[in-house]
Design a protein around this ligand. Structure first.
Ligand code: GDD
Ligand code: MG
Length: 352
């Protein structure tokens, strides 16, 4: 059985982080995001190949995962000549498939039991099975109505507030029968959410819902990207290096250097090669990437700092995300919600 991972989006809502780093490989702690999805797919022994459907900066992704041997699952790359939309991409990537295929949005993190979804699909002899998850505000998602028998009766992408009739949304995980792809045109962009799913409903085909109310999040915005880190540090989502780590849950690489007189409070993550100088404070929910330096009396407070940054003396970085190779000057304050792209330099005494 194959799985298609849709990972061709531009990640616009995660800009500027995604300008040099496509969304599938933004780091969660020190691992590219896609690793977490591959881990989930690997739990289904029947899935013997992952097809990565890409078009935005595909080389960067290929360089990291190669043929998949390091990740432990065979990976094939399909790069669209131009973005074909979610349905076009599935058809393009799954062109020659003849058996049921698992399709996964490339930006969701979840602990769903995929084998159970596949089992339901088979049991119901469905043409398509979709995973639904409850969310507080469905407006940013695909709203899905179902009947008492668990069949999808309506699919409405990005509903307006008046259109919200349920809190169940599309979790971006499907099992599909490839013989339904014939309704997707080949050469133009086509949406699985706006066209393919509504057409299954319209034609009364067996379109089944699997409701999952465990951990699920899509990392599409800086706020949610930060929340994923917090959830892993808090143990709401079990993942290395925090799974099983005792309080105060400090994951500090042995190769990191924390000088005497620096204060580090968990939960936090400090990667190899990091230097935290005397008097500096790393406060809870901070994540500090490889080779980053935190200088004397600087404060990192619930911020995510990617590799190779320098935070100078007396600077405060709070509730912010810093891309790679940033330089935060002396006594600078970077405050709540700020997202700095790679190589940003903030001159000494800047208040951002
Ligand atoms: N190959 C390819 N080509 N991939 C694409 C394309 C394309 O043209 N467009 C989007 N993708 C990929 C993105 O990389 C992402 O992994 C996935 O398809 C979904 O696109 P998003 O841009 O993240 O969509 P969304 O978050 O607004 O909404 C989707 O996900 C929600 C759940 O997170 C929809 O599927 C919603 O219905 C759903 O609720
Ligand atoms: Mg998304």
């Amino acid at each position: 059985m194959k799985a298609i991972l849709l990972a061709g989006g531009k990640g616009t809502r995660l800009r500027p982080l995604t300008i040099h780093t496509p969304k599938p490989i933004v780091p969660i702690f020190n691992r590219p995001f896609l690793h977490y999805q591959l881990d989930l797919l690997k739990r289904v022994p029947e899935i013997d190949e992952v097809i990565l459907s890409l078009n935005y900066q595909p080389r960067r992704i290929e360089e990291i995962f190669g043929d998949g041997s390091d990740a432990g699952i065979s990976i094939r790359y399909v790069v669209e000549p131009a973005p074909l939309g979610t349905a076009g991409a599935v058809k393009y990537a799954g062109d020659r498939l003849t058996e049921s295929v698992v399709v996964f949005n490339g930006d969701v993190l979840t602990q769903i039991d995929l084998a159970a979804v596949i089992a339901l699909h088979r049991e119901r002899r469905a043409r398509a099975t979709i995973v639904l998850t409850p969310v507080e505000n469905p407006a940013a998602y695909g709203l899905v109505e179902t009947d008492a028998g668990g069949n999808v009766t309506r699919f409405l992408e990005k509903p307006t507030p008046e259109e919200i009739t349920t809190n169940h949304v599309n979790a971006g995980i499907y099992v599909l029968e490839p013989d339904t792809f014939d309704r997707i045109p080949s050469e133009v962009a086509w949406s699985i959410e706006r066209s393919y799913f509504p057409s299954l409903v319209e034609r009364g085909e067996t379109f089944v819902a699997y409701v999952y109310d465990g951990y699920w999040i899509d990392i599409g915005t800086p706020e949610k990207y930060a929340r994923v880190h917090r959830d892993i540090m808090d143990g709401r989502y079990a993942a290395a290096p925090f799974a099983g780590l005792a309080a105060p849950r400090m994951a500090v690489a042995p190769e990191a250097r924390i000088e005497d007189g620096a204060r580090v409070e968990g939960p936090c993550f400090i990667d190899e090669g990091v230097l935290v100088k005397a008097g500096a404070r790393v406060l809870p929910y901070s994540v500090i990437g490889r080779q980053t330096q935190i200088e004397e009396d600087a404060t990192i407070d619930a911020a995510i700092v990617w590799p190779n940054c320098r935070v100078s003396r007396d600077a405060v970085v709070k509730d912010a995300i810093l891309g790679r190779n940033c330089h935060v000057g002396r006594s600078v304050t970077v405050n709540g919600g700020a997202v700095l792209g790679d190589k940003t330099t903030l001159t000494d005494y800047t208040r951002a």
